[in-house]
Every structure is written in C-alpha cells, then in structure tokens.
Design a protein around this ligand. Structure first.
Ligand code: ADP
Ligand code: ZN
Length: 606
C-alpha cells in the first residue's frame, strides 16, 4: 500500500516529514479542505503532491506562472511522477493528449493556469474526469487585500459549487489576517482547517547597511561571500537595473537583467537561464521573482528599500529555499525613503490607504535603523515572538550606540525654528554654522537664530546619521504634502516636552561589509570542511550540469546541492547505499545513481 511516508521516502528520497506536513497530508488525503500558510521553503508542494499520489484520480494544481509550470513538471518527471501542464503555449494536439491521460486516469498531477481552468468547456471536461484534489498555489492572488491580486484567481470560487466532493487545498507564503479571511471565504474553505507555520527562515542571515557607495559595497559583499553563487539583486527602476547589470558585467560577474520594460522574449530567456545555468546573478525590479522556486538562490540583495516589511520578507524569502545558509543584504539611504513617501503621496490611493502605506514604510525604516536583532523585529511584525537570533548583522556585531538626547534636541529645534520647510542638507548647514552653503540661510536670517552653529561637535556625515534615525523613529518626518521639508512630528514634540532621552546608533567606523567576512558562508561547498571534500563536490556538480544540459533541465531538478553535499559527507559504500542520501528516491537512483556512484568511486571512496 502506498502511504504518505513511503511515498516521501521512496519517491522523494527524504527520511521524514517536516513541521506540519504530515498533519496536512493526512487531512487532505482523508478528503477534507485545507488552507496552508507557511513560509517559502517550508515544503508546501509536498502537501498537495503526496495526497494527489495517494488519492485516486488526477490532482489539479492551479499556478499563476505558465513559464514555471514546465520546470515543475520536469522536476516531477525526474521523480517518476506522471505530471503535465496545460497552458496556452501548447499545440492543440498535445493538450488533447494530456486530456486523454486525465480521462483515462494515467496522470498523477496536472498544472493548469487559472484562466483556463475556469473556462466553462474545461469545467465540463473536468466533470468527466476522476479528480484527486484541487491545489491552489499562491492563493494570496485570490484576494484584493493580498499584494498580487489577479482577477483570474477570483473566478476560482466556482470550484466549491461545481466540485463539492473534491478536496481543495489553498497554499500561500504571505497572507495577513484580512487576506486569509478572504481566501477562506472565496474558496469556501471554512469547512476545512487552516495550518499556519511559523514565519521564521532560520537559514537566512539578514543584514542592512547604510549606503555610501552602493555599487562598491555590493561588489564587495558579492566577492566576499558569493563569488560563484546565484543571487537576485533588486533595484527600484528599470534604468537602475540596466545600469547596475552593465557595471557588474564589466567587473566580470555573470549577470542578467530583468524588468517589465524588456521584450517578453528577453525576459523569458533571462529567466530560463537564471534557472538553468549555475551561479548567475539576476539584477531585477520586483517584476521578477513570483513563483521562482529555484532552491539554491544564495543571496538576495536590495539596492533600494522596498515599500514595506511584507515586500522585504517576500523578496528576501526567495533566498535559501533549500535550507542551506543564505544572505539577505540591503543597502538603504534617506533618498529611498523620501522617494517612497513621494510615490505614496502621488498615487491615486484614497487617504486612508496612503496613511497605512506611510505607516508600513515607517515600520520598515525602523527595521533599517534598529540596533536590536533584525529577526526579532521581522518576526514581531508578523506576530511571532522570538529571542535574539545570533544570525543577523546586529547580533553578529552589536551596533555601538551613543547618547543622542542632546543631538536630537538640536536637530528637532533646527527643523522647528526654520519652519519645517527645509531638507536635511539645509538643516545640517544651519547646525554646522555654514551659511555659505545655501544663500537662503542668510536671506531668511537663519544665521541669526539660536540653532545656527550649535552642532559643530558632529561632522556632516554624523548629522546625516542622526537625522536618518530621527526620521526612522518618527520624531521627524518628511513633509510630503508640502515642500518635502523635514518637520517635527507629534512624537517629536512629546519627546522635547517630556525631556526624554534617546540612544542612537553610532556611525560605523568602517564600511561594515568587512565584518560580513567572518560570517558562515552561504554556498553549499562552504559547508564542506576539506579541500578534498570540495573537489569531490565540484566533480559531482560538473556531472550534474552535464546531465542537466543534456536533458534541458535545471541542475537542481536532478539533485539539489544538499543531496550532493550529503553524498560527499556520507560516502555511500555501494550503489544501493546511495538510497540513504537525502533527496535520493528510487526513480533518481535508477536514472542517475550509477553515474554519480562512478564519480564517488573514482574520487577515492571506500
Ligand atoms: P515552498 O513551496 O513551501 O516554498 P517547497 O515545496 O518548494 O517549499 O520545498 C522547499 C524545498 O524543501 C524543496 O526543495 C523540497 O524538495 C524540500 N523538502 C520539502 N519537504 C521536505 C522534507 N520533508 N524533507 C526534506 N526536504 C524537504
Ligand atoms: Zn539577530
């Protein structure tokens, strides 16, 4: 009999379930509905794939990105699972072939785009097939409250009426409470259960630095930590993407670009190369990434801050899906924050929504300026309690702080006395007593005020550091409705009134990328301890790439890095013993076991 655990071990080659996987699979296999909210990399796919294999009939998977369906189907085929994808890119005779397989029950899983699934003709056709389940992946696309609403998805609410007896399982990595409620209601999952996993991604190392020469900082970070690794770098605009990609290429990095302004073909091609080749860096706008389940993305870097913590967490979550160490690295500066504020103001959103967006942006700035554990703040934002993690920049090196009470008082009063109409550079010139830097200082007689020249104990860079933190702590704010000047907030007024004290982060003495050097390194090879082990790992990788190219598959569809590392560590003493390697199922052993075994033997095993 095929039980979930035997499928996990024999087909997928994993020894045990993770977290709530077993409970979810049990629940769905018994014919009930489920809603699963678990972070990226937690292993959501198995939660519908294994039930689809246990239950009679074909499992229908709704997935938003046609481009990636093919890769998923390819990966399943490697495991010996009969899977197919129906999408608009297929010629009619192939679609008919797949439909035939669905009718006769020879297919385990079929991936379908939402717009096709809800076509009346397709619905009628499904009615004539034996169905194991419906899995709705990226279910947050269903809700207007979610961050990627797709009208196609909303139409999926018909599933409950048309197929009341077929279990539905909806899955997403990111959904706040209103979005969750909406999904449950639209898919009529209220008769089922909701499974919510913790939000933590313990293998991701978070670090955030202030910008001073962003390209150099980034380049250093890459060279020190990720010389041969695949990664994603997010920039705010198409122009910045192009510019940075060109610069990195000149430096000798293997980079590709991706943004909505590129022709469709070029985007598809770059995405495919990112998935299929190894060690490619993708410089992209946020248009890139949804549904990308490349497991070995070793770093995600942000050259500009995203719009809120949800976006940051989703984007950084694309790193390290395979559970091996990965880096989330962000550079930020005041200009980014000001630009985001302006965009919010200039948007068509109603006032209430704008307020929420400003509030969310402030929370992100708070994260950037924090002197405490980054993970604690991130998890706290999503409602999870945590201890300091020991695996983020502020845990690695406790930021130096200083008593910023007087500095804050001076900065606040400089803003207040100049009427809240001027930017940071102007206020700093006033504090430093440098009237020559801006003719308006004399014109408005700001050189005659008590705040003129009272801040000479700090340098310009130090004042910038102070102002940034005061804005992040919401004692000062950028006045986006007026001239973009820096104004005192009610919280700032309270601060002065109550004579509160304030600790601020000191300006780092050096560019902090240097401290990143001592970090646990990201790539799989680095978890190996000797040169001999690394050489063996590389030999296995070379074989993997050759095999992947021969069958036009991404290398990870053959074996994950983790599986190769495990081969090196375990050194199985026979072909059969290879089965105990993590990620080695029966189909893969049959297909590839011999070839990898040869390399292991040749490089001196046993
Ligand atoms: P999600 O969809 O939640 O982002 P995936 O389903 O892509 O995550 O799983 C992430 C990775 O973890 C995949 O490479 C998957 O094969 C692996 N994985 C899932 N479940 C297990 C398990 N029980 N043991 C080992 N690896 C697992
Ligand atoms: Zn930490």
């Amino acid at each position: 009999m095929t039980t979930p655990i035997s499928i996990l071990q024999k087909t997928f080659g994993y020894p045990a379930f993770r977290g709530q996987q077993e409970a979810i699979i049990q629940h769905v296999t018994s014919g009930q509905n489920a809603f699963v909210v678990m972070p990226t990399g937690a292993g959501k796919s198995l939660c519908y794939q294994i039930p689809a294999l246990c239950l009679d009939g074909v499992g229908v998977v709704v997935s938003p990105l046609i481009a990636l369906m093919q890769d998923q189907v390819g990966a399943l085929a490697q495991l010996g699972i009969a899977a197919a994808a129906i999408h608009s890119g297929l010629p009619p005779h192939q679609i008919e072939e797949i439909r035939q397989q669905m009718r006769t029950g020879t297919l385990d899983l079929v991936y379908v785009a939402p717009e096709r699934l809800v076509m009346p003709e397709f619905m009628d056709f499904l009615q004539g097939c034996k169905l194991a389940l419906f899995a709705i992946d990226e279910a947050h696309c269903l809700s207007q409250w979610g961050h990627d609403f797709r009208p196609d998805y909303a139409a999926l609410s018909v599933l409950a009426q048309r197929f009341p007896a077929v279990p539905r399982i909806a899955l997403t990595a990111t959904a706040d409470a209103p979005t969750r409620g909406d999904i449950v209601q639209r898919l009529k999952l209220d008769t089922g259960r909701t499974f919510i996993g913790g939000f933590d991604r313990p293998n991701i190392h978070y670090s955030i630095e202030t910008k001073n020469n962003s390209k150099q900082q980034l380049w250093r970070f890459i060279q020190d930590n990720h010389a041969d690794d695949a990664g994603i770098i997010y920039c705010l605009s198409r122009k910045k993407v192009e510019d940075l990609a060109a610069w990195l290429k000149e430096k000798g990095a293997r980079v590709l670009a991706y943004h909505a302004g590129l022709p469709h073909d070029a985007r598809e091609k770059n995405q495919a190369r990112f998935l299929r080749d190894e060690g490619i860096i993708m410089v992209a706008t946020v248009a890139f990434g949804m549904g990308i389940d490349k497991p070995d993305v070793r770093f995600v870097a942000h050259l500009n801050i995203p719009k809120n913590i949800e976006a940051y967490y989703q984007e950084t979550g694309r790193a390290g899906r395979d559970g091996l160490p990965a880096n989330a690295y962000m550079l930020y500066g005041m200009e980014d924050a000001a630009m985001q504020r302006t965009w919010i103001e200039d948007s068509e959103a109603p006032e209430g929504q704008k307020r929420i967006q400003h509030h969310k942006l402030s929370a992100l700035l708070g994260l950037c300026e924090a002197a405490s554990c980054r993970r604690q703040i991130l998890l706290g934002y999503f409602g999870d309690q945590a201890e300091p993690c020991g695996f983020c920049d502020t845990c690695d090196t406790k930021p130096e702080t200083f008593d910023g009470t007087i500095a804050a008082q001076k900065a606040l009063s400089a803003s207040y006395r100049t009427g809240g109409r001027f930017g940071v550079s102007y206020l700093i010139a006033v504090l430093l007593g440098k009237a020559e830097q801006d003719p308006r200082i004399v014109r408005f007689k700001h050189d005659q005020q008590s705040t003129f020249g009272i801040g000479t104990e700090y340098t310009k860079a130090e004042w910038q550091n102070i102002f940034r933190q005061l804005v992040a702590q919401n004692l000062l704010a950028v006045d986006v409705s007026g001239y973009g000047g820096i104004v005192m907030t009610p919280k700032g007024r309270q601060f002065l009134k109550d004579k509160q004290t304030l600790a601020l982060r000191a300006l780092p003495k050096r560019i902090r990328t240097e401290t990143l050097r001592s970090l646990p390194k990201g790539s799989a090879a680095q978890s190996l301890s000797t040169d001999e082990e690394r050489a063996l790992f590389n030999a296995l990788k070379t074989l993997r790439l050759t095999l992947a190219q021969k069958s036009n598959l991404p290398p990870y569809a053959i074996f994950h890095d983790r599986t190769l590392v495990d081969m090196v560590k375990q050194r199985p003493t026979s072909l059969q013993a290879m089965l105990s390697v993590n990620g080695m199922g029966e189909a893969k052993l049959k297909k590839y076991g011999q070839a990898f075994w040869e390399v292991l033997k040749k490089e001196g095993v046993g």
